[in-house]
Design a protein around this ligand. Structure first.
Ligand SMILES: [Zn+2]
Length: 109
């Protein structure tokens, strides 16, 4: 289990940033995928934007984009109908064989 997965398990969403070229390394890795420099781990803002979604068995599955082009797949907990471009808040993340991201559509909470 790498640092990224360990932090996810603790409900912390972190990404790696290269110390040499200062790029966000995504998917997260211990080495920069551009210059192979070392990385530091930093928290990602919990604010995201809905890129696309589908609905299955009453649940919304989504692709969400965070700052700096970080995209993840997750689910949306929403009482209302969701739409593309909508702001999302990451309410929970975890790791259990695979990455888990749960978003809500409550703005400003
Ligand atoms: Zn780099």
């Amino acid at each position: 289990m790498n640092k990224f997965e360990q932090e996810l398990k603790n409900n912390n969403f972190v990404c790696s940033r290269c110390t040499r070229c200062n790029k966000i390394v995504w998917p997260p890795s211990d080495l920069c995928n551009k210059c192979f420099g070392d990385v530091v781990w930093k928290p990602v803002s919990r604010k995201a934007r809905l890129i696309e979604f589908s609905r299955k068995n009453g649940e919304y599955f989504c692709m969400a984009e965070f700052d700096e082009g970080i995209r993840v797949m997750g689910t949306v907990e929403s009482a209302s109908i969701v739409h593309v471009g909508q702001p999302l808040t990451l309410t929970r993340c975890s790791y259990d064989d695979t990455e888990k991201f749960v978003f809500s559509t409550d703005e400003g909470k």
